[in-house]
Design a protein around this ligand. Structure first.
Ligand code: ZN
Length: 167
């Protein structure tokens, strides 16, 4: 199966760079931060399989990676809050859409990343990223699944959540 074209990747990398979070230089610090996010109510609501343990590995080279729904790799340069949230957003997208169902850095990804930034870095950073998304024409208006009871619709800003029930 061909993967959905990841047409806004480059733009998104530039747009998200306005937000700078804490530096977490050691793997135990990265693990602690990931544990904080993946044990939160936010994660329970947004990841399709929130009880799956998320695995964090040391990495080499020039890229941080997210594999599937639960695995990430962080080379030394990438151990920053905003990079970790970026990779966590991939895990959430993969959990709902699989590897082929949504563009790597498409509107679903951008929406989830914004929500993560809002929840874990605060409203100010969220507004900064949202404004930058606007400047760079990053698409992030969409419906994303969450664990809200079926048929309940809650308008939240520019996105409407449609509950899919718990699995
Ligand atoms: Zn990415």
């Amino acid at each position: 199966m061909r993967r959905t074209r990841d047409s806004q990747r480059k733009k998104l990398y530039e747009a998200e760079s306005v937000v700078l979070g804490k530096n977490l230089p050691t793997m135990p610090e990265v693990e602690k931060y990931v544990a904080k996010v993946t044990r939160s109510d936010w994660w329970k609501k947004h990841h399709k399989y929130p009880t799956y343990p998320v695995e964090v590995q040391d990495g080499r080279g020039c890229r941080a990676y997210a594999f599937g729904m639960t695995r990430m790799k962080f080379p030394k340069w990438s151990r920053h809050e905003e990079v970790i949230l970026h990779e966590l957003a991939h895990l959430v997208v993969h959990s709902h859409y699989g590897y082929y169902g949504a563009a790597g850095h498409g509107k679903e990804f951008a929406k989830i990343l914004l929500l993560l930034v809002k929840r874990f870095m605060g409203k100010e950073e969220y507004e900064k990223m949202k404004a930058s998304f606007k400047t760079y024409h990053i698409k992030h208006t969409c419906t994303i699944p969450t664990h809200i009871k079926p048929k309940v619709r809650i308008a939240t800003g520019d996105c409407v959540y449609v509950g899919i029930g718990k699995e």
